[in-house]
Design a protein around this ligand. Structure first.
Ligand SMILES: [Zn+2]
Length: 328
């Protein structure tokens, strides 16, 4: 508590003040204003010595001093509210801001490979909607757009196997993808864009027609016993903004009791930048159907091996040569 007259801090340990009150009460049963203020820690010892009760109650100079102290206290309070909480409380609110902003930044991350969202999903059947949402469609786009060593022109891409990277937080983080390519025997007929259709609606409709044709064509060829070229792809999901931070300037918002981001402030926190995801292609290899059968037969053992290793290599997909045997 600060003295309402001089502003000096009134310290609790000041027994002399309380003794004054006790002594005063020995002479009368009721406290006057001065001794009431002393009891309430409102005035300091020095001021209690300087002023008599009459001085305090009627003296305009003292009243003015009290008024000034009140004003100063109010301004201090305002400045404090603007600055926000201090110490541990401040650390708590800043930590909450960092959590919130980091989560937001993660959501804002861009995927370089991802099919466009379906705007009007009523036009499509459930299987297609599920396909677009699934990581299978992402796997197809990786093979089509990112893998330079596989020529997918005039081919349908059928995902035979894809495995999410062990312990990865993202469903689009594959440790490997195995695809089979089929020649396009059915050529879909593409309609013209309708006047009322937006570009992205039209693109979606074309993609849907392509998917329908691909699904039917692959099914037909499989039924006929046709086998396509098979490839293993080892992609690696990378964040171009990995470990890069940006400054968030923040101010305390007292009405909502939190820190909020502003364009400029003298305070800031470092927040991870929104990620930009891309795929590096670590390895690509064409395999024959005998090798594919080996992989399918030993799929669980292969995946188990992958879980134990930090990096996936192509050798994991082949039978291990026994040591001591010379094979050529
Ligand atoms: Zn004082």
């Amino acid at each position: 508590m600060d003295c309402i007259i001089c502003g000096k801090q009134v310290v609790n340990e000041n027994n002399r003040l309380q003794k004054k009150v006790k002594d005063y009460l020995k002479t009368t049963s009721e406290l006057d204003v001065k001794h009431l203020w002393i009891k309430q820690w409102k005035i300091c010892y020095d001021c209690s010595e300087s002023y008599t009760n009459d001085n305090l109650v009627d003296n305009s100079e003292v009243l003015q001093k009290i008024e000034n102290q009140k004003k100063r206290k109010k301004q201090l309070g305002k400045a404090k509210r603007k600055q926000g909480p201090l110490g541990e409380t401040r650390a708590y609110y800043i930590e909450r801001y960092i959590d919130y902003a980091t989560c937001k930044a993660e959501q804002k991350g861009q995927h370089m490979v991802k099919p466009p969202p379906l705007i009007n999903s009523r036009q499509y059947d459930a299987a297609y909607i599920a396909y677009v949402k699934s990581s299978e469609s992402t796997a197809v786009l990786i093979v089509r757009d990112m893998v330079k060593d596989i020529d997918t022109k005039g081919k349908w891409i059928d995902v035979r196997h894809m495995e999410k990277r062990f312990l990865s937080h993202s469903d689009e983080d594959f440790s490997f993808i195995i695809v089979e390519l089929f020649s396009r025997k059915q050529k879909p007929t593409y309609p013209k864009q309708m006047a009322e259709e937006t570009n992205s609606d039209y693109k979606n409709r074309i993609a849907y027609i392509t998917w329908q044709a691909a699904t039917a064509d692959i099914h037909d060829q499989r039924t006929q016993g046709i086998k396509g070229d098979v490839y293993i792809v080892l992609p690696c999901l990378k964040n171009e903004h990995e470990s890069t931070y940006e400054k968030h300037y923040i101010v305390w918002d007292n009405s909502h009791r939190h820190f909020k981001r502003v364009r400029e402030s003298n305070q800031y926190v470092n927040i991870l930048k929104p990620p930009i995801w891309r795929y590096d292609i670590f390895a690509t290899k064409q395999i024959n159907h005998q090798q594919l059968r080996y992989i399918e037969k030993n799929l669980y053992q292969i995946i188990g091996k992958i879980h134990k290793k930090s990096a996936v290599t192509l050798s994991i997909f082949s039978p291990q040569k026994k040591k001591g045997l010379h094979q050529n």
